[in-house]
Design a protein around this ligand. Sequence first.
Ligand code: BGC
Length: 256
Amino acid sequence: MPGAEAQQRIGFGIDIGGSGIKGAPVDLETGELTAERLRIPTPSPSKPKAVASTVSELVAAFDLDPAVPVGLTFPAPIKHGVVPFIANLHKSWKGVDVPALMSEAIGQPVIAVNDADAAGVAEAVYGAARGVPGVVLVTTLGTGIGSALVVDGTLVPNTELGHLEIDGADAEDRAASSARENENLSWEEWAERLQRFYSTVEMLFSPDLIVVGGGVSKKHEKFLPLLRTTAPMVPAALRNTAGIVGAAYLAAHGYR
Ligand code: BGC
């Protein structure tokens, strides 16, 4: 049984994605997972009740102390807990109060945050943007494009830059990592689309640093050198734990 001091150092993060729901305890001082991440496939259809029951199954596997702060990421904007619209999970999530649903399911308080926002906070606190002053733009390239804007360490939530309309299309439909896979694009062809996206966001936000995350960031040497931006562009440091870590951190810091 860990002492009270050790307890406060630990948070728990849950990352809800289109294909998997992942969770792990997090050391809030270092941003490292303290136990192996557990992954359960996202139920299909990914409706609120089914996802909540998978989340409760996942949390039950860790025998959590009720005092441990729990944070959950969600692949949609989350405005004070509620989903205003949703692109990549079941449409019935629109209007759902995610913390209320999940707290009920797991029997302890939970905060909910957009997945890219959680990753952005994790990069700002523990990762590639740690200690960087000014405007940091964190993007996640996956099924969609997620974005997090962090200004002097403070998150501006729900920026949703993946849904910017560029050349008459939703930016993520053309430039997400899934578009590269589905359309069999070469790295060069994909980089051209990414360039349109990053040039547009750079023009709009003049960031001091751009961090590129999402699963494909582990292959950053294939495409980052093909991109030209004024601000330095760096791969994410936390990779596939960023959502879990950021959610746990925000839960411990009273995010709502
Ligand atoms: C959603 C964002 C999310 C991103 C990455 C987009 O389609 O609208 O909220 O952050 O995908 O999952």
